[in-house]
Design a protein around this ligand. Structure first.
Ligand SMILES: [Cu+2]
Length: 161
């Protein structure tokens, strides 16, 4: 258990900041079911979405729900156009993305995801609510490791008789 806990404490970032290529090998284009792609995936703050597509055939707009539903490009918004756009999920909640090229969104080139606030590591913000079981496990691990350190110190400092 101590070794297991030690691994969690030493390598917390292994379980943090996942990168998702939208559509996997199909990338970002028409003819892909992005609802099916997103189904079953869990997105957390700190994860990244990568949109891979041919330019200038496609682009990526981050939109609100009404624009998403109606496939309307929001006025005054600049799309991402590099063909390999990396987007870090910085806040929890529902997120919507669509292609702004004529007819693409209504042909299914749109993605809706829900971002969760906590990854499976302790929150770096002191005093933040800490209610995930994984975080609970890490706290437990910290306690276990600290107890071991205390016991080792006590044994080491015990006067020889
Ligand atoms: Cu497109």
């Amino acid at each position: 258990m101590t070794i297991f806990c030690g691994s969690i404490l030493m390598f917390p970032d292994l379980a943090f900041g996942k990168e998702y290529v939208v559509g996997d090998e199909k990338g970002w284009r028409t003819g892909v079911d992005y609802a099916a792609w997103a189904a079953g995936k869990e997105f957390f703050v700190g994860d990244k979405l990568v949109f891979i597509y041919t330019t200038p055939n496609h682009d990526v707009y981050k939109v609100g729900n009404p624009n998403f539903e109606t496939c309307t490009v929001p006025e005054g918004t600049t799309p991402m156009i590099t063909g390999a756009d990396v987007l870090t999920l910085t806040s929890p909640g529902k997120k919507w993305y669509m292609c702004g090229q004529d007819g693409h969104c209504s042909a299914g080139q749109k993605l809706a995801i829900t971002v969760q606030s906590q990854g499976p590591v302790p929150s770096p913000i002191p005093g933040a609510p800490d209610n995930s079981s994984a975080s609970g496990l890490s706290s437990y691990c910290v306690t276990v490791v600290l107890l071991h350190v205390v016991v080792i110190l006590l044994v080491a400092m015990r006067p020889f008789t």
